[in-house]
Design a protein around this ligand. Structure first.
Ligand code: KG4
Ligand code: ZN
Length: 341
C-alpha cells in the first residue's frame, strides 16, 4: 500500500510517500519538507496568515517533488492523506483542500489525519512498536502522556496545566535573546553552562496525576534573568543549563507517574515508551528518558529528530495505518483548528 501524506498545520510545508506492507511494516519512499522558519523568525513566532500564504505558494511543488522522489505516478497510490487538524486553520485548509482535490481527480480514498495521532504512530513506522504503548508527546503546542491501545484508541493520562514544554523552551530563549525557534538554541547554550548554578522549581514533582506545569519554572528563569541583567554569555549558558536540568527532572518524574497510571488502567506495562514531537530532538531529554525506560522495564522508541518535528511522512504513515483498517473520510470532511486525540 502506498500513501501520499500532506502536512501544513504549522510552519512546515511537507509531502511524503510512505509504503505499508500487509504485515504492518513501513518504508519512507520520500519526505520533502520546506520550512518556513526564515519567514517567521523576524516576528519571534509563527504568524498564521503568513504561514497559510506560504503553504499555498509551495505546496503544489512540494507534492510534485515527493511523487518524483518516490518514483511513482498518482495511479500507483492507495490513498491520499492530509493533516486535517489540530493546527493553524489557514494552513490546515490549504493542505486538506489540496488532498481533497487530488483524491477527487484520482478517485483515490481520502484520509483526514489527526496531526497528534500522526506523531503518536510514527514510532510504529520507525521502530515497529507494538500496542499498547505509553506516549510522551512534547511539541511546541502540546504536552501529553497518552496510553495508545490501537489506531484510534487513545487515553489521555495527563497534560500540561499551562504552557507546553516546547513553548517554555521558546519563551526562555526569547527572554534570553536567543533566536527563534528557541529549543535547539537553549540546548546548545545548556551544553556549555553550569546546571547547578541556579536551583529552579520543579513544578508538580511527586504528584500522583501525570500532569505537567511549566509556567512557574519559566517565571523563575525570568526573575533570575531580570535580577542579573545585563546578562553575560556565561549567565545565559548557566540559565539555559539550569532550566533544562529542571525540565529533564520534571519529565522523568511525570513519565514515571504516567507509567503507574498506565499500569492501573491497562492491567499491564507498556510495550514501549514512545517520545514524539519537536522537543524529543533534545539530547539531554532523550538520554534521561533512556534511563527511565530501563527503570520501567520497557524499551525507549524515539524517531530520528527529523521525524519528531512536523513532517509529511508521519501523516502518510498514519493515513496508511487508518486505510489498512478501512478508516477513510468523505470529501466534505471539515478542517479542525482544535481536535483532541
Ligand atoms: O512538533 P514540532 O516541530 O511542532 C509543533 O507541532 O509544535 O515542535 C516544535 C517545538 C518548538 O517549541 C521547539 O523549540 C521545540 O519543539 N524543540 C526543542 C528542540 N528542538 C525543537 N526543544 C528543546 N530542545 C530541542 N533540541
Ligand atoms: Zn507537531
Amino acid at each position: 500500500m502506498l500513501v501520499l501524506g500532506i502536512e501544513t498545520t504549522c510552519d512546515e510545508t511537507s509531502a511524503a510517500v510512505v509504503s505499508r506492507s500487509l504485515t504492518g511494516s513501513g518504508e519512507i519512499r520520500s519526505n520533502v519538507i520546506r520550512s518556513q522558519v526564515e519567514i517567521h523568525a523576524p516576528f519571534g513566532g509563527v504568524v498564521p496568515e503568513m504561514a497559510a500564504r506560504a503553504h499555498v505558494e509551495v505546496l503544489d511543488h512540494v507534492v510534485a517533488e515527493a511523487m518524483k522522489q518516490a518514483g511513482i505516478a498518482y495511479r500507483d497510490l492507495s490513498g491520499i492523506a492530509a493533516a486535517a487538524g489540530p493546527g493553524l486553520i489557514g494552513g490546515v485548509i490549504v493542505g486538506l483542500t489540496t488532498a481533497k482535490a487530488l483524491a477527487l481527480v484520482t478517485g483515490k480514498p481520502l484520509i483526514a489525519v489527526n496531526h497528534l495521532e500522526a506523531h503518536a504512530l510514527t514510532a510504529r513506522l520507525t521502530d515497529g512498536v507494538q500496542f499498547p504503548f505509553l506516549l510522551l508527546l512534547v511539541s511546541g503546542g502540546h504536552t501529553q502522556l497518552v496510553a495508545v491501545e490501537d489506531v484510534g484508541r487513545y487515553t489521555r493520562l495527563g497534560t500540561t496545566l499551562d504552557d507546553a514544554i516546547g513553548e517554555a523552551f521558546d519563551k526562555v530563549a526569547k527572554m534570553l535573546s536567543l533566536p527563534y525557534p528557541g529549543g535547539p538554541h537553549v540546548e546548545e547554550e545548556a551544553a556549555r553552562g553550569d546546571a547547578e548554578r541556579f536551583v529552579f522549581p520543579r513544578p508538580l514533582m511527586g504528584r500522583r496525576e501525570p500532569d505537567f506545569s511549566l509556567s512557574g519554572l519559566k517565571t523563575a528563569v525570568r526573575l533570575e534573568a531580570d535580577r542579573l541583567a545585563p546578562l553575560t554569555d556565561d549567565d545565559v549558558a548557566d540559565l539555559c543549563a539550569s532550566f533544562q536540568a529542571a525540565v529533564v527532572e520534571v519529565i522523568a518524574d511525570r513519565v514515571r507517574a504516567g507509567a503507574r497510571v498506565f499500569r492501573e488502567k491497562m492491567g499491564r506495562g507498556p510495550s514501549a515508551l514512545v517520545v514524539a514531537g519537536g522537543v524529543a530532538a533534545n539530547g539531554a531529554i532523550r538520554a534521561r528518558l533512556g534511563q527511565i525506560a530501563t527503570e520501567l522495564n520497557t524499551r525507549l522508541a524515539i524517531p530520528a529528530p527529523a521525524l519528531c518535528t512536523d513532517n509529511g511522512a508521519m501523516i502518510a504513515w498514519a493515513g496508511a495505518e487508518r486505510l489498512a483498517r478501512a478508516l477513510t473520510d468523505p470529501l466534505d470532511v471539515s478542517p479542525r483548528a482544535r481536535w483532541p486525540l
